[in-house]
Design a protein around this ligand. Structure first.
Ligand SMILES: [Zn+2]
Ligand SMILES: [Zn+2]
Length: 157
């Protein structure tokens, strides 16, 4: 039980680290063709960027199946993936982008910091120069703002 809880927790933390790396180096790199839709104004309820979420859901489903059939530890990795997905959906699609049918607002504390940090991420509509690539962990908005300014100055030179 304890081991399984630790696997699930490690999977959640691992997913945030993976999401940071994947977002910074793949989505803002070769995967920009899908992710761009999320950084520019789009119309309609869906964006091409949502295909990433679909892809990760398929991987999670595959892990659940593999965990049930062969290696139970994988089932707990999949559980961590899924919990991460729910937390991501709550923070990113709910609190930040208000894509849910009902509206919830972060008013203070750490959740508000996450919202500010991700809004700063959206200050750029291009592949390069963005800050704050994580979703459940974010630096203080002041530090991100300072970095964003430095990037913009560097771009202007
Ligand atoms: Zn991005
Ligand atoms: Zn976003």
């Amino acid at each position: 039980m304890l081991i399984n809880s630790l696997i699930t927790l490690a999977s959640i933390i691992g997913m945030e680290i993976f999401a940071w790396v994947f977002h910074k180096y793949y989505m803002h790199g070769p995967g920009w063709t899908w992710h761009e839709s999320h950084h520019v104004q789009t119309h309609g309820p869906f964006e091409k960027n949502d295909l990433y979420a679909v892809g990760f859901s398929v991987i999670a489903a595959g892990l659940f199946i593999a965990g049930s059939l062969w290696l139970p530890a994988l089932w707990y990795v999949a559980l961590g993936f899924t919990i991460y997905g729910i937390l991501y959906g709550f923070v990113h699609d709910g609190l930040v982008h208000q894509r849910w049918p009902f509206h919830i607002q972060a008013k203070r504390g750490y959740l508000l910091r996450l919202v500010h940090a991700h809004r700063l991420h959206h200050h750029t509509t291009t592949k390069d120069g963005a800050v704050s690539f994580g979703f459940l962990y974010a630096e203080k908005p002041d530090r991100l703002k300072a970095r964003l300014k430095t990037c913009k100055i560097a771009e202007d030179i």
